[in-house]
Design a protein around this ligand. Structure first.
Ligand code: ADP
Length: 336
């Protein structure tokens, strides 16, 4: 990059709805850490988003601090990236309102995550649940971000954010870039759950999800329980989904040679799943333990975390204020 050339802007976030897991790491955090070296980065904890599912707000503070400590333990640096809490930037809510005038009921109702949530909590299908994609678009567009590091599950939301940006630009003038889901040119990641159904997730499927806070014994227990069968009967057989998932998890944390050995064993029908799972468990432990220990040390230093959040919020608000000035002028609601 040439001197004085403006860095591209990056924005992403994670809801404080539970402890982060392997999916959060490989779908999002790993890229956050790489991107902070090259781009102007805004990474937040999406506490406003979490309100859509009516959590017990008494644990909100602890959950926000947990996520921030895990951000830091995974390698995010408050001197490089703005690390902040969504609610500390009230401009988010203002942009959310403007974007809501450009979002239509039909498209919001068709969103997969809305349909899933409405099925899970039929007694609480509130308006903010429906407009979740507009709030997410506001988070991103508030910094006029171009790149959004997310997992595959967020692809549809990103497409909607592009639509909202486009509609705004058409109606009021070119303010926003069209944000794109980013994974360094690779396909977006989906980390499968250990039971072969769906993805690892903070709030669902807890026994089949490996959390960054799981201790060694729990990791072993969860991995050893992963579903397998008697093994393939013919050479080079296609893998059932639940076996494919185990291989995918192995490829995330184990050396290439180990993956190749088990692939070859599978293809020659000599695979022993007990051995494969033991290897996976030990490599998982090697991967998760340093993050868990570091997060704990950071989490215990609340003063340090307060400083990180304040610094991040200042930086995020500065950027948000600039954007909102442009937005208000473009819409024509600046009267003096
Ligand atoms: P969760 O679904 O666990 O509550 P969030 O919705 O807060 O997680 O998502 C935080 C980030 O982590 C998003 O970028 C999302 O795409 C990513 N992510 C979450 N789960 C997975 C997964 N199993 N595989 C890949 N990425 C994931």
């Amino acid at each position: 990059m040439k001197k004085n050339e403006k860095k591209q802007v990056v924005m992403s976030g994670i809801r404080p709805t539970g402890i982060l897991h392997l999916g959060s790491y490989f779908g999002a955090l790993q890229n956050y850490v790489r991107m902070q070296e090259e781009y102007e980065c805004y990474f937040m904890v999406a506490d406003l988003h979490s309100l859509t599912t009516h959590p017990d707000t008494k644990s909100l503070r602890a959950n926000v601090l947990d996520v921030i400590s895990e951000y830091l333990a995974c390698g995010l640096d408050p001197d490089k990236a703005a690390l902040y809490c969504q609610s500390a930037v009230p401009e988010t809510s203002e942009l959310y309102l403007f974007l809501n005038t450009l979002a239509y009921k039909g498209e919001l109702e068709k969103t997969t995550t809305f349909k899933d949530k409405a099925r899970l909590q039929p007694q609480n299908v509130n308006a903010a649940l429906l407009t979740y994609p507009t709030l997410m678009a506001a988070d991103i567009l508030l910094h006029r971000a171009l790149y959004v590091p997310v997992g595959k599950d967020q692809e549809q939301h990103l497409e909607m954010a592009r639509n909202f940006a486009n509609r705004f630009n058409h109606r009021y003038g070119e303010i926003f870039p069209e944000p794109i889901a980013f994974n360094f040119g690779e396909a977006l990641v989906k980390v499968p759950s250990l039971d072969g159904t769906g993805k690892m997730s903070k709030s669902e499927n807890q026994n089949a999800t490996l959390y960054l806070s799981d201790d060694d014994a729990l990791i072993r227990k969860k991995v050893m329980k992963a579903k397998t069968d008697e093994g393939p009967k013919t050479p080079n057989a296609p893998k059932p989904d639940y076996i494919e998932n185990i291989f995918q998890l192995l490829s995330l944390v184990s050396d290439k040679e180990v993956c190749q050995k088990f692939e070859a064993d599978y293809n020659q029908c000599t695979i022993r799943y007990g051995e494969l799972k033991k290897h996976l468990a030990e490599d998982m432990i090697r991967f998760i333990t340093p993050i868990r220990e570091k997060a704990k040390t950071i989490r215990d230093d609340e003063n340090f975390m307060k400083g990180v959040l304040e610094k991040g919020a200042d930086k995020a608000r500065e950027s948000a204020k600039k954007t909102m000035q442009l937005v208000r002028e473009a819409i024509g609601i600046k009267y003096f």
